[in-house]
Design a protein around this ligand. Structure first.
Ligand code: 0X9
Ligand code: ZN
Length: 786
């Protein structure tokens, strides 16, 4: 999870404002919050929108919240600085007068539904209307198929593309996007060559509103304008009030309910995932359409943030093979397919689970993008001479009702929409971006490294490659000798991730053999294309390091004084183990395959600095592939800087530390649970004071193993600290809830274990006695079978 979301598991533990019985209208509020207050906002039922935009750790930042008056009051009582964003009556009237009346509901005489049927009637040779299912309220969810001879050819006969919008009711600009795109194709047919070719060769499917009930509800008046979810009557009281509705972008079965951060189990939450996967008829309608049509590509329009999202959303920093192709179409932040939108991995915004795009890709074989179209503020600032000003925006979602601005927003999205369709029907195959795409998608993307800690026998190497290539091979030469080749095999994935999001590209692996320590290995990959042409990757070179024969590696992370290393290597020696060492300050982050993959057990210690992000990701890969890990140090299990964001997901979801408090100078540690029987005296170490020892809640306390078996974790030790108060780590302070934190602190422990990991809130260097260090490390190794 990102920066200040560190304490989010408390978001479910605390009392939720009873929005289920709160009939009040939803207003827009601006909160000046610190990162640490974000959990309170989530607890109050706020969605992740904008919270995902980084709130600096050390300052407050404004966020937009959609809350009932009662929810706002509950937050105020917890000292969240809130102001209601009210657009003055006069401004509202002025803007209404300036509006063109472009936005219209789904139902009714001039509604989107009627327009879909009318459009079909006007273009009988090119269209066909299909009801893909019904809403909670029993409305038909209409889809329009656009293709030459649409009604006479079987659905799915030609390569199919889906353009969908309005999963979220309030995102009004999105059905305007798909509505205009539908007309763009129909009006351009026979006039514009590109359009004609697409309509001839592909099936273009339009679902203008994936959430017609919710959308119509937003037209009831200002009180419901910002409704997000569908109209499921969660509490069955026959009325739709603030606590009702399911977030349709959290209800799909892929990774449904993976954690409580990417979706919420609480009905009142804006990101409520529903009582079960696919519980909502709107979700089943979309899933059913995908299963019937086998779309090659899809665009699922949302707003509002000027982003172009793709790839894994359920876990941070998780690149996948298909990213090569997604990136080719979406572009990069420097060269975006949609001007002004930032292309990025979905989870960079925030994590989600049960989301449409992960489901489309991994369950239904469809490459799906999620653009976040422009905010009201951004487009209102475009023209100083029009009546629209950012200050008048009630919310980021209230896109100005202005034909010129709407058309402009649509127009800049057209090239991407066409490039996706052209790629779907690309002669060379849907795995090769059409010439209209922003970037090429290379055949090979090798996972390179410069140092190998291979044990003499073999070094595994990995490459992302286009699946359609034939005869994919690893080639290598040791010290300039003859070329060896090995067949590449698709990687099946690890315990928690990998082996997914591999529709057109996949990760392949093979092993280099017979390179002795001290030798230099040159590696490159070759294959033949579908047409029989030879293709090869760029080569890379690594050297095989001389290192002790052992299965155990100690990583001294950046800031961990080298002189503390002996505390680890000697404790291992006392346990009868030799240790190889990786010094991050001197060698950089250890590569997951080049270094970590050559060991069964890793002992990772960090001291003065927060653990480094690249090291953290490599260690996560190692654990994902069955590695055993002991993480130690006063900052272990806390947050780390990964890419552009702070994250503590690794501490939570891999080390089992729900959240972290700092414990000043504990005199002793007593092992419990898996570490029972150990007891060691603690104290400052040279250069590494023990003033902020870590203590942790166990993630299983928040996410019970019956529901979340993949997060099984348990407390494994206490600090003997006579009446010493536990100080909340500044990064996890829960607003004014210090009291509840101290109460919670009683359940915090100095160590947490999972089946594969041990987390210690202090370093071995803080254990004064060498024999006690050896006993503790020995117990930790046995706890994980390391
Ligand atoms: O939260 C959502 O469903 C989408 N944002 S919105 O403001 N339109 O509600 C974003 C989903 C994108 N996926 C991830 N961020 N993982
Ligand atoms: Zn949305």
């Amino acid at each position: 999870m990102i920066g200040g979301l560190a304490a989010a598991p408390f978001a479910q533990a605390g009392p939720a404002p009873d929005a289920g019985a709160d009939p009040g209208p939803i207003g827009v509020w601006t909160a000046e919050v610190t990162a640490a207050q974000v959990p309170l906002l989530l607890q109050a039922g706020a969605d992740g929108h904008e919270l995902g935009e980084r709130i600096p750790a050390d300052r407050t930042a404004p966020v937009e919240l959609h809350l009932t008056a009662r929810q706002a009051q509950a937050l105020r009582e917890r000292k969240v600085d809130l102001t209601e964003r009210r657009v003055p009556q006069r401004t509202q009237e002025r803007l209404k007068a300036a509006g063109d009346g472009v936005f219209r509901p789904y139902s009714g005489k001039k509604g989107l539904k009627q327009e879909i049927t009318d459009t079909a009637r006007a273009h009988p040779g090119l269209t066909k209307v299909v009801s893909i299912g019904k809403t909670v309220r029993g409305q038909d969810i209409l889809a329009l198929k656009v293709s030459r001879n649409a009604a006479k050819t079987d659905d799915g006969d030609k390569p199919a593309v889906l353009y969908a919008s309005n999963q979220h009711a309030r995102e009004w600009i999105t059905p305007e996007m798909t509505r205009r795109l539908m007309h763009h194709y129909l009006d351009g047919y026979g006039k514009d060559d590109r359009i004609t070719r697409l309509v001839d060769r592909t099936e273009l499917w339009f679902v203008l509103s994936a959430n017609p009930d919710g959308y119509d509800h937003t037209f009831q008046g200002p009180d419901t304008r910002l409704w997000r979810k569908n109209l499921r009557d969660n509490n069955g009281d026959g009325k739709i009030t603030a606590g009702d509705g399911v977030d349709l972008n959290r209800n799909f079965s892929h990774r449904w309910g993976y954690d409580n951060e990417g979706s919420s189990p609480r009905p009142a939450s804006e990101t409520y995932r529903g009582p079960a996967a696919s519980s909502e008829p709107e979700t089943r309608a979309m899933d059913g359409l995908q299963k019937r049509l086998h779309f090659r590509y899809a665009i699922n329009y949302h707003s509002a943030a000027e982003l172009l999202l793709y790839g894994v959303g359920w876990q941070v920093n998780t690149p996948t093979p298909d990213d090569v192709l997604y990136r080719a179409l979406a572009g990069t932040p420097e060269k975006s397919a949609i001007p002004g939108y930032r292309p990025q991995l979905s989870s960079e915004l925030y994590t989600t689970n049960g989301e449409a795009d992960g489901h489309a890709a991994n369950v239904n074989g469809t490459m799906m993008f999620t653009p976040e179209m422009s905010t009201c503020q951004t487009v209102s600032a475009l023209d100083p001479d029009d009546p629209w000003n950012p200050a008048d925006c009630r919310s980021g979602f209230t896109f100005p009702d202005d034909e010129k601005l709407i058309q402009q927003e649509f127009a800049k999205n057209v090239p991407f929409a066409l490039a996706v369709a052209e790629t779907a029907s690309h002669r060379a195959g849907p795995d090769r971006p059409a010439p209209s795409a922003v970037l090429p998608a290379p055949d090979f993307t090798p996972d390179t490294f410069t140092t190998s800690y291979a044990r003499g026998e073999e070094q595994q190497v990995a490459v992302t490659a286009r699946k359609s290539l034939r005869d994919k091979r690893l080639n290598y030469r040791v010290d300039g000798g003859r070329t060896h080749t090995e067949r590449l095999e698709a990687w099946e994935g690890g315990d928690r991730y990998g082996g997914e999001d591999n529709l057109h590209f996949d990760q392949y692996r093979a092993s280099v053999e017979g390179a002795d320590p001290g030798s230099t290995v040159q590696v490159w990959y070759t294959a033949r294309t579908r047409e029989g042409r030879r293709t090869a990757s760029e080569p890379f070179t690594y050297t095989v390091a001389k290192r002790p024969r052992t299965d155990t590696l100690v990583i001294a992370d950046e800031g961990a004084p080298a002189r503390q290393l002996a505390a680890y290597t000697e404790a291992l020696a006392a346990d009868g183990r030799r240790a190889a060492v990786w010094d991050v300050a001197a060698q950089g982050a250890p590569h997951a395959l080049g270094v970590l993959g050559n060991f069964t057990t890793v002992v990772w210690y960090s001291a003065a600095n927060r653990p480094g992000g690249d090291t953290l990701l490599a260690v996560r890969d190692f654990v994902n592939e069955g590695g055993k890990l002991i993480a130690a140090g006063t900052l272990a299990g806390g947050s780390a800087r990964v890419g552009r964001a702070d994250t503590d997901d690794f501490g939570q979801y891999y080390l089992g530390a729900g959240h972290r408090l700092s414990h000043p100078r504990p005199p002793r540690f007593h092992g419990t649970g898996a570490l029972a029987g150990t007891s060691v005296a603690l104290g400052d170490a040279p250069g590494v004071p023990l003033d902020t020892a870590g203590s942790f809640s166990s993630l299983s306390d928040d996410l019970p193993p019956e529901t979340f078996p993949h997060f099984r974790s348990a407390a494994a030790g206490d600090y003997a600290a006579p009446a010493s108060p536990v100080r909340a780590d500044p990064s996890v302070t829960l607003g004014d809830s210090g009291a509840s934190l101290s109460a919670a602190a009683a359940h915090f422990s100095a160590a947490v274990t999972t089946p594969d990991t041990v987390l210690l809130g202090f370093g071995l260097e803080h254990v004064r006695d060498a024999r006690e260090r050896a006993t503790l490390l020995g117990a930790a190794l046995r706890a994980i079978g390391g």
